[in-house]
Design a binder for this molecule. Structure first.
Ligand code: NAG
Ligand code: NAG
Ligand code: NAG
Ligand code: NAG
Ligand code: ZN
Length: 570
């Protein structure tokens, strides 16, 4: 919730790195549009601190403003309440820096109150070196012409504003803010023009979109067709969007959750877009995957899918506190600096893919190879089932045992890891009730399955039982047994609770696919100590599924049991 709240407070304009607290920021940073942002600082107070006492009847707005002024030791006349709202966990106030009653575009503070105390405070206020006079010396018409020329559009008659803009050297310029639109080109920006020199300084993109020609996460591979996906990022899951790593806004396949690149060079071989963040590369299956357009399509798809998995799983509990992969964590939880590094067309992984999971605080590394059959080559970066399988290794390795990434090492637990990875791909590709059979990896494998059976509720289609462990020759074979049990659990939960079409963005409710992913993720954090605790709510249903596959209440040492616990025998 706090993450969502800060996203709202900062909106699109204040990209903030919540660093440790410094009283007044003197550093700035540049966004892709050329606008400078003072570096934000952020701090939380566990027990809360009391704001300075004001009159008994003081409003929330007055109290918040006074807190900011006294905390930053600045003149109260430079601080003004902008907006606020009561949130689920706390009340939030949003305060702007002012001079002579003119607000600063890029200097704001946010204060969170709980029970009358301040529990969190962030700001990007500056200590100006110089401040331009607050009366403009050039007419607004001149400024409008400059803005229209710079942005190739037309002023849209929205009332102009006079504001202050902090420059990289902490000098403060008086600006006109002018909205310019070009409907044919689908651009709409706020231009900042110097109100003393008439010079165009920078702009903010109001359309603020990103778009990817990619395979929506519920499509398994290119055989189902690419879609043009506009703004697929979830702003609650990724408050800075997908193209900002907390210190820099990018126009390539890098951001807070993932850095996607060709082969071995993370920083130099990302896929690029224009300033508009449109990644529009059409895969051509008739030419080599190594051709530039296909490489770009592959990097785009891997970037989209890994970010989407981040945004989905954080809602179900794979959060910063649960050791997920992010450059900045927004709240003091878990270790930062560990977005996923995704190597596309990795030359050390022909016909394969892998995920390396170091402990929290170090980047997970996904390697996606090219798969070849005769003269047919397929890129696993275009196979969402493979990407999801690999990403899920990162989830299970991080969450089991508390972020150490050392708890799925033995054959049996590593086998469970393979099973969860297949099961997550299975979950993601289901689109309606009832749950249908699922085959993983057939695109990269030239149309042939890579597992022995499809995952299925039918004992004919997939006869695997718990005791088949004894014949399993490698971790993937063990994984198949577990993935098929999980497929059956998912199917039973969906039969009982229905299927939510919004499960990828909304983790609430009792639909079977929602419940399944909660059990999946929560179970990782709780295992191996108390599995019955988390399975409690669906205990009998789960026992029935487990028992149907030989994992009944008497199962032990890989001997099947079809028994149910007594309280489930009805
Ligand atoms: C605060 O700013 C106001 C307006 O500029 C000024 O009148 C006042 O003297 C300042 N107070 C202090 C303590 O500097
Ligand atoms: C400050 O500016 C606001 C509009 O932004 C205006 O309503 C208000 O009267 C101004 N106050 C002073 C003291 O000039
Ligand atoms: C400016 O916009 C027009 C359409 O309104 C377009 O035809 C033209 O190519 C644009 N120029 C540039 C440099 O983008
Ligand atoms: C994407 O590129 C194709 C050509 O490859 C073009 O026809 C299409 O209009 C582009 N879409 C967008 C939204 O830019
Ligand atoms: Zn695997």
């Amino acid at each position: 919730m706090l993450i969502a709240a800060f996203a709202l407070l900062f909106g699109d304009i204040l990209v903030s790195a919540f660093t440790t607290d410094v009283p007044l920021s003197l550093t700035t940073r540049t966004s892709s549009s050329g606008l400078h942002f003072p570096l934000s600082s952020y701090q939380t107070f566990d027990d809360g601190i009391r704001p300075p006492l004001l009159r008994r009847d003081a409003s929330w707005a007055e109290t918040a403003s006074l807190f900011v002024a006294s905390h930053l030791k600045i003149n109260a006349s430079t601080v003004k309440f902008h907006s606020g709202y009561p949130g689920e966990l706390a009340e939030y106030a949003y305060i702007k820096q002012h001079h002579n009653n003119i607000s600063f575009v890029n200097a704001v503070a946010n204060v969170a109150f709980k029970n009358g105390k301040v529990v969190a405070f962030g700001h990007s206020f500056v200590k100006p070196t110089t401040i331009a006079p607050s009366t403009p010396t050039i007419p607004i018409e001149t400024a409008i012409s400059a803005a229209e020329k710079a942005l190739n559009g037309t002023y849209n008659k929205h009332p102009t504003l006079l504001e202050y803009l902090v420059q990289p050297d902490s000098s403060v310029t008086l600006i006109y803010v002018i909205q310019v639109r070009n409907r044919e080109q689908n651009t709409w920006s706020e231009a900042f023009v110097d109100a003393h020199s008439g010079k165009f300084l920078s702009s903010i993109n109001l359309v603020s979109s990103a778009a990817y020609l990619a395979l929506p996460v519920f499509k398994q591979d290119p055989r189902e067709g690419f879609d043009f996906l506009v703004n697929p990022q979830n702003s609650a899951s990724s408050p800075l969007g997908w193209h900002n790593d907390g210190t820099r806004a990018s126009t390539d396949t890098s951001g807070n959750n993932a850095l996607v690149y060709f082969n071995f060079n993370p920083t130099a071989t990302t896929a690029q877009s224009g300033l508009d963040l449109i990644f529009n590369y059409t895969q051509n299956p008739n030419i080599s995957p190594k051709e530039r357009v296909n490489l770009d399509a592959a990097r785009t798809n891997a970037f989209y899918t890994v970010n989407t998995l981040h945004d989905i799983t954080i809602k179900y509990g794979f959060t910063a506190a649960a050791f997920n992969f992010q450059q900045v964590n927004f709240l003091p939880a878990g270790k930062a600096g560990d977005r996923v590094l995704v190597s596309v067309q990795n030359s050390e992984e022909p016909d394969n893919a892998h995920f390396l999971t170091p402990p929290d605080g170090q980047s997970g590394e996904m390697a996606l190879g090219l798969w070849g059959y005769g003269n047919l080559y397929r890129d696993s970066a275009l196979a969402n089932d493979v990407i999801i399988h690999e990403f899920t290794h990162g989830i299970t390795n991080r969450m089991t045992g508390g972020g150490t990434a050392r708890c799925l090492q033995g054959d049996e637990s590593a086998g469970l890891g393979e099973g969860w990875s297949d099961a997550m791909a299975d979950w993601a590709e289901q689109v309606a009730a009832p749950i249908v059979d699922f085959t993983i990896g057939s695109y990269v494998n030239g149309g042939r399955p890579i597992r022995s059976n499809p995952y299925s509720t039918s004992l004919k289609v997939n006869p695997l039982k718990y005791s088949d462990y004894l014949q399993a020759e490698h971790v993937h074979a063990i994984g198949e047994i577990w993935a098929n049990i999980l497929h059956n659990v998912h199917a039973a939960l969906v039969d009982a609770g229905g299927f939510s079409q919004t499960a990828r963005t909304d983790p609430s409710g009792s639909a079977g696919n929602v419940v399944f992913l909660h059990l999946f993720i929560d179970g990782l954090a709780l295992q191996p100590c108390e599995p019955t605790f988390i399975f409690g709510a669906h205990k009998c249903l789960l026992w029935k599924v487990f028992a149907s596959r030989g994992l009944g209440s008497e199962a032990t040492d890989f001997r099947d049991s079809y028994e149910l616990p007594t309280d489930c025998k009805f």
